[in-house]
Design a protein around this ligand. Structure first.
Ligand code: UD1
Ligand code: CA
Length: 461
């Protein structure tokens, strides 16, 4: 962390609140936006400022909150009773190794979409206190920003303490602010709880600053979503949509064709080559890379995978932990599970499941098959209904199939077993012993034929 600059930066993240309106057994700040907790989003934003320290104030279900981010370089501070935002910040800066002119930034862990650029504007202010505010058509519930005739910020009044006239003010406090350490300590010491909620209000420091003639700057956020807090699940899902819409717009502007930017969900990172197109209803999780000219059909789910250039993934395919070389045709209704690897131009058709198996160049598994713990060579064809019986109830076993192998339909390969290059397996076989190069294996009952067979007839009463 940055310790070079003269005036250092410290971040205090408030995350002790209960979040009753989420109606959840999970702590509020662990609810997710794009597959990551609100707290994780907030801590990423904090870390992007490269501060000297980050402290997170926890209370309600604090153990779970801390556990969720166990490997972060942050300090955890307990606030056992939630006596207000002022109390939380008092605890948050207790014992901090800081100079009087160091900056302390207060963030809320339930404001997940705060952008780094906006935050940098707040932090970059040279004033003693700077506040992030916004204008709202319906300001109810928020603290109102009260300015004097010259437009200077004088005070923040909470909704519950505001007069009828004060409630008309549309500029509200987002809660996010920056203050100099020395002044902050002094002001926090003077806080009193003689207000409608009987709490120590952090917002009361603004009136103290104004009384000392210290400049209070207000940075006005243009986009409400960037500073919106989450109190219930409706707000959470609305912010999720904003987040997704923004990612989709960035992707489209970077050159990916989206059938509908309102119908794509990216929960992680999606990296697209040139001329990629994505149809509606797809979900991308973890880290996904799509090569040049990849086409993804509607309603596919791709997680932690790399799809090689020129490949096509047809509708309703589910791909997880997979690498494909390129020019692959996958789906519709394919399921590729962790450890599946497709060499170039390999083809996986409908209702086919592949797990921990490598499929060689130009090989095809086109219909209704399961290939697990296997290696298939180049130019082989596995017929409809081919099953690798890889599990004996206790252990998994490997199936090895060579190049140019033809496996007839409805074949079971009971692993461990191998099939040599150029071998052929007759349809309906249950292969339990190795098949050598160029051999034909047929392992099924012979057909018997009975002439003049008379079908049973229904009895009459
Ligand atoms: C606070 C502000 C209000 C602002 C609003 C924006 C005060 C007094 N009021 O009100 O001006 O418009 O946020 O959303 O600051 N928290 C703790 N410990 C506590 C109390 C709160 O950690 O003792 C945390 C909560 O978990 C939450 C944040 O602080 O993340 C805000 O608390 P909340 O109770 O939601 O504050 P509001 O009453 O909404
Ligand atoms: Ca709130």
């Amino acid at each position: 962390m940055n310790r070079q600059s003269r005036s250092e930066l410290h971040v205090v993240v408030l995350a002790a609140g209960k979040g009753t309106r989420m109606r959840s057994s999970r702590p509020k700040v662990l609810h997710e936006i794009a597959g990551r907790s609100m707290l994780a989003h907030c801590l990423d934003t904090a870390a992007a400022l490269d501060p000297a320290s980050i402290r997170v104030v926890i209370g309600h279900q604090g153990e779970a909150v801390r556990e969720s981010q166990a490997d972060r370089d942050v300090d955890w501070v307990w606030q056992h009773e939630q006596n207000g935002t002022g109390h939380a910040v008092q605890l948050g800066i207790e014992g901090l190794q800081a100079q009087a002119d160091d900056r302390v930034v207060v963030l809320y862990a339930d404001v997940p979409l705060l952008g780094v650029d906006l935050l940098k504007r707040l932090v970059g202010s040279n004033s003693v206190v700077s506040l992030l505010t916004m204008h709202m058509d319906d300001p109810s519930g928020y603290g109102r920003i009260l300015r004097d005739d010259a437009g200077r910020v004088r005070r923040i009044v909470e909704q519950k303490d505001a007069s009828e006239a004060e409630r008309q003010v549309r500029e509200v406090n987002t809660g996010i602010l920056m203050a100099r350490y020395g002044d902050l300590v002094a002001w926090l010491d003077q806080l009193e709880s003689g207000n409608a909620q009987g709490e120590l209000y952090l917002t009361d420091i603004i009136e103290m600053a104004a009384a000392e003639d210290k400049t209070v700057e207000a940075v006005v956020a243009k986009d409400a979503w960037a500073v919106s807090g989450v109190n219930d699940r409706l707000a959470l899902s609305r912010l999720e949509r904003v987040y997704q819409q923004r990612q989709a717009e960035a992707l489209a502007l970077a050159g990916t064709t989206l059938a509908d930017p309102a119908r794509i969900d990216i929960r992680g990172s999606l990296d697209c080559g040139q001329d990629v197109s994505i149809d509606v209803g797809c979900v991308f999780e973890g880290s996904v890379r799509l090569g040049d000219n990849v086409r993804i059909g509607p309603h596919c789910i791709l997680r932690d995978c790399e799809i090689g250039p020129g490949s096509t993934v047809e509708a309703f395919s589910h791909i997880d932990g997979v690498v494909t070389a390129g020019d692959n045709a996958i789906g519709p209704y394919a399921r590729l599970r962790p450890g599946a690897a497709l060499d170039s131009a390999a083809k996986i058709g409908n209702f086919v499941e592949i797990k921990a198996a490598r499929i060689g160049e130009r090989s095809k598994v086109n219909h209704l098959s399961y290939v697990g713990d296997a290696r298939v060579g180049d130019d082989s064809n596995l017929g409809a209904g081919t099953i690798t019986c890889n599990y004996d109830g206790a252990n998994k076993h490997h199936t090895e199939i060579g190049d140019r192998v033809f496996v007839g339909s409805a074949t079971q390969l009971v692993a461990p077993v191998s099939v040599g290059h150029d071998a052929t397996i007759g349809a309906g076989s249950t292969i339990t012993r190795n098949v050598g190069e160029g051999q034909l294996a047929v392992a099924r009952a012979r057909q018997s034929v009975i002439d003049g067979w008379r079908r049973p007839r229904k009895k009459r009463d």
